[in-house]
Design a binder for this molecule. Structure first.
Ligand code: ADP
Ligand code: MG
Length: 243
């Protein structure tokens, strides 16, 4: 289980995350929804220390990190055990699909090179890009690039996969293949925390949905509870706008 306690992040005067508590069960698929600018990306980024939290505890099995006091060693330990999928893929343009997948395995997880290459080849097969290992990102479609982004995260065998609006930058024609791949990842009982505006997908895949507004978890529940019986007025008005 992963436990987040009192997670707080400020940018200057702006308190973007306000004392967030969140327990995530192993294998749980959590979808985060909410208006833009309410701290969804910041929450994911703080969990991976892409943004440095101001306060809070982050606990993984056998590792408890006080975010405000985190050392480089703590941050590396968290990064080894979490994987991030970015809205804009964030692939290295000067590396091939295969190299994009081996990069973090070698540098963050210290996997021997030959083992990393074998792992990346397996992942490329799994994401349906077995013949694209030598291709550079510019030669791939948006959907293929994001599948590499997801493959890179899959290769890490992370305890927690963080997805920040993985289909928002895609042309509509590529959204389906990326959501299909995420469904396959979910079937493997991977623990996932997903920010998305794809409400149908959220309803289908989520064990639990969190509605975030103003840096707080305003309401949470099963897809049925959130979509069919929302309680908070902010959630109701959000759902009217997006569905
Ligand atoms: P969301 O993902 O829900 O759209 P974000 O987490 O990206 O929201 O942003 C939440 C708030 O934090 C916004 O007001 C945004 O302007 C602010 N913010 C995010 N990143 C930074 C940053 N690096 N510096 C200053 N403000 C930031
Ligand atoms: Mg965002």
């Amino acid at each position: 289980m992963i436990r987040v306690k009192g997670l707080t992040k400020r940018f200057g005067e702006n308190t973007v995350l306000n004392n967030i508590d969140l327990d995530i069960q192993t294998g749980e698929r959590i979808v985060i929804i909410g208006p833009s600018g309410t701290g969804k990306s910041t929450l994911l980024r703080c969990l991976n220390f892409l943004d440095r939290p101001d306060a809070g505890m982050i606990s993984l099995e056998g590792l408890e990190v006080d975010a405000a006091q985190a050392t480089r060693k703590d941050i590396l330990a968290i990064r080894r055990r979490t994987a991030f999928v970015f809205q804009n893929y964030a692939l290295f343009a000067n590396k091939t699909a295969l190299e994009n997948i081996t990069e973090a395995l070698v540098t963050v997880q210290r996997t021997p090179k030959a083992e990393a290459v074998a792992k990346a080849e397996d992942v490329l097969q799994e994401i349906g890009l077995g013949d694209k290992g030598a291709s550079f990102p510019a030669a791939l479609s948006g959907g293929q690039q994001q599948r590499v982004g997801i493959g890179r995260a899959m290769a890490l065998n992370a305890e927690l996969m963080l997805f920040d609006e993985p289909t928002s930058a895609l042309d509509p024609e590529w959204v389906g293949e990326v959501l299909d791949l995420m469904r396959r990842v979910a079937e493997q009982k991977q623990t996932m925390l997903i920010v998305t505006h794809e409400m149908q997908f959220a309803r289908e895949i989520a064990d639990r949905i969190l509605f975030i507004d103003g840096g707080r978890i305003v309401e949470q529940g099963t897809p049925q509870q959130i979509f069919d019986a929302p309680k908070d007025d902010r959630l109701k008005s959000f759902l009217r706008r997006v569905t």
